[in-house]
Design a binder for this molecule. Structure first.
Ligand SMILES: [Zn+2]
Length: 592
């Protein structure tokens, strides 16, 4: 049980509310003049059985004990939780741990920033950096470019950076944590990057998170990066995203290249919507970051090196983006850096001629194999069929099956059968998951709310489609808080940062449960409809209870009329829900 549930269980809403508002008994419930708006006759009710409250007057709102204290005291959820936990004698995990991590991160940005300035200064002024300067002038990089990308040079020394930064008040530990120093076997530390051309890596907000480094001779490896740190994670990083974001948004298109040099050359030639992946394959986190700027992703990566697994993932990304990913077909043996430097116009043409990544895979695969042999036909149908199986859109699947029919000279129904085989695994694994799901659901306080959150947590892209979903539909304050925060962040990776640690347990338990990945849009529509229904029904019950107690006493005529009118309005809305539900029940299965 989460601390929040524990607090709810130990406190009685009637006692909590009466600390602030004098309640009078009204049947099984309690009423008062609403503390949130001016009124002469009471329309504020507390329902002990449901442990809820509702104002049927001007506020027209309600909730549980947490939302009452939040509204009454003008508090954030976290503050209300702490206040109530204290009353209930429940210990809440402190924020301190999280805050120190925040300070720690802030410190690492500062260390990296100071290191980037040091490296830049070395490149511009030190005699030892002559070779690095020669290399860059061979690339025709302008001073503006060097400044924009803050390129630098790390001296050929074990402690140049270390002593420079220690003099500026950074501790040895901070330097190690930032990945700038390495620890040696004898327990000492030395500079990680020596005699290298340095590329500071920044996040979307322009904070320096880590470094890429290139050797200046023929030694290998040519490039190294900062290790994973509290602020640097290669898999979520896009080089030059801070510089490229405005152009990506403006052109509604992003081009992903592989290298630092490709990116810098592109930007110097006014192709500013270019970023670099930090490896040959792009990751889901990178796609999610870019999606906020543009859905039109074009890859200028070495498609061969990316491999089959990467291709399969691309189709998954297309499902997330709800758009095709395209690929630039580079001339044999050339990278974007070469092409742009030789002829910027040619690059522009290649971008315009970019082909859908699936089409590209289909043609490379089938032209490489001799399609007259049964063995190769079978191989192509299986390999490409697996890709088709990943597509969520049936029309698209049909399009590519027909394509494969022509390319492999295999009959449509045969290919369709193979595709179905690859689609099957998710169905087969379903029964395996179910016992766990059911067992866990018994412990859940509100299965419908939690199911909705699970959908959104597993598919953050759906938050854009959840317009009809109102915070009020979540009766449980912890679910409501998670929903509201998710709506603001639109991204699960930063959700926890913005959420009280007391809610992490709930988020983790929601994320731990899978959702079956088909027809998720429809599942979301259905669950929103059901939540709305639940919300309206609860309101009706509360209203009926309030109505009953008001008629028992003399009550003011105006209040009764208003309650009646609201009741009618709610019933009309409920009727709408039933009509919509009727439509969706006929067109498919439910939300489970
Ligand atoms: Zn009110």
């Amino acid at each position: 049980m989460s601390v929040i549930d524990e607090v709810k269980q130990k406190l009685d809403i009637v006692e909590v509310v009466s600390q602030y508002v004098p309640l009078t008994k009204a049947g099984r419930n309690f009423k008062a003049r609403c503390p949130f708006h001016e009124e002469r006759t009471p329309s504020f009710f507390v329902f002990p059985e449901r442990q809820s409250w509702h104002c049927f007057g001007a506020c027209g709102t309600g909730g549980d004990v947490f939302s009452f204290v939040m509204k009454q005291q003008g508090m954030e959820f976290s503050e209300a939780l702490r206040l109530l936990a204290q009353q209930a004698g429940v210990t809440v995990p402190t924020r301190i741990e999280r805050d120190t991590r925040k300070d720690e991160r802030e410190r690492l940005y500062q260390v990296n920033e100071a290191a980037a300035r040091f490296f830049q200064d070395q490149l511009l002024h030190s005699t030892a950096a002559a070779k690095a300067r020669d290399y860059l002038s061979g690339r025709d990089f302008t001073t503006d470019t060097l400044t924009a990308f803050q390129l630098g040079y790390s001296p050929d020394s074990y402690e140049a950076l270390k002593s420079h930064l220690q003099e500026r008040g950074f501790s040895e530990k901070e330097l190690v944590d930032a990945g700038l120093l390495v620890e040696t076997d004898d327990g000492r530390t030395r500079d990680r990057f020596r005699n290298r051309l340095m590329f500071p890596i920044r996040d979307a907000r322009g904070r320096t998170t880590g470094f890429g480094a290139r050797v200046l001779d023929d030694s290998l490896p040519k490039y190294t990066n900062s290790p994973q740190t509290l602020v640097f994670d290669k898999s979520g990083t896009l080089y030059a995203i801070d510089l490229a974001a405005p152009a990506i948004r403006k052109r509604d298109q992003v081009i992903i290249v592989e290298g630092y040099m490709d990116t810098i050359t592109a930007h110097q030639n006014d192709f500013n919507n270019v970023v670099a992946s930090m490896g040959t394959a792009i990751t889901e986190r990178q796609v999610t970051t870019l999606k906020r700027l543009s859905k039109n992703i074009i890859l200028a990566l070495d498609a061969d090196a990316a491999g089959e697994e990467a291709m399969l993932r691309c189709v998954d990304y297309e499902n997330i983006l709800d758009a095709e990913i395209r690929v630039i077909v580079l001339p044999e043996g050339k990278d974007p850096d070469d092409v742009i430097r030789e002829d910027p116009q040619k690059w522009q043409e290649l971008v315009e001629d970019a082909v859908p990544v699936v089409d590209f895979t289909f043609s490379t695969k089938t032209t490489r194999l001799d399609m007259t042999t049964a063995r190769n036909q079978s191989r192509a149908v299986h390999e490409l069929g697996a890709i088709i199986a990943r597509m969520k859109d049936a029309v698209r699947r049909d399009h590519y099956i027909r394509r494969l029919e022509i390319l492999t000279k295999t009959r449509y129904n045969i290919i369709e059968g193979v595709v179905k085989e690859y689609m099957a695994p998710s169905k087969q694994s379903k029964p395996k998951r179910e016992p766990a799901t059911q067992a866990t659901q018994l412990l859940l306080s509100n299965p419908l709310e939690e199911y909705c959150l699970r959908l959104l947590l597993h598919h953050p892209e759906l938050t854009n489609m959840s317009e009809g979903l109102l915070p009020e539909y979540f009766q449980d304050s912890q679910n409501r808080e998670i929903f509201v925060t998710l709506q603001q962040t639109k991204d699960t990776s930063s959700l926890k940062d913005n959420l009280d640690p007391a809610l992490w347990e709930q988020v983790e338990s929601l994320v731990a449960l899978d959702v079956i990945d088909n027809k998720i849009d429809k599942k979301l529509d259905t669950v929103i409809l059901r939540l709305r229904e639940q919300y309206l029904r609860d309101q009706n019950e509360e209203r009926a209870a309030a109505f009953a107690t008001t008629t028992e006493e003399e009550g003011s005529g105006a209040d009764l009329t208003r309650l009646k009118e609201e009741g009618i309005e709610a019933n009309i809305q409920l009727q709408e829900v039933f009509e919509q539900k009727g439509r969706s029940d006929r067109s498919g299965k439910g939300w489970t």
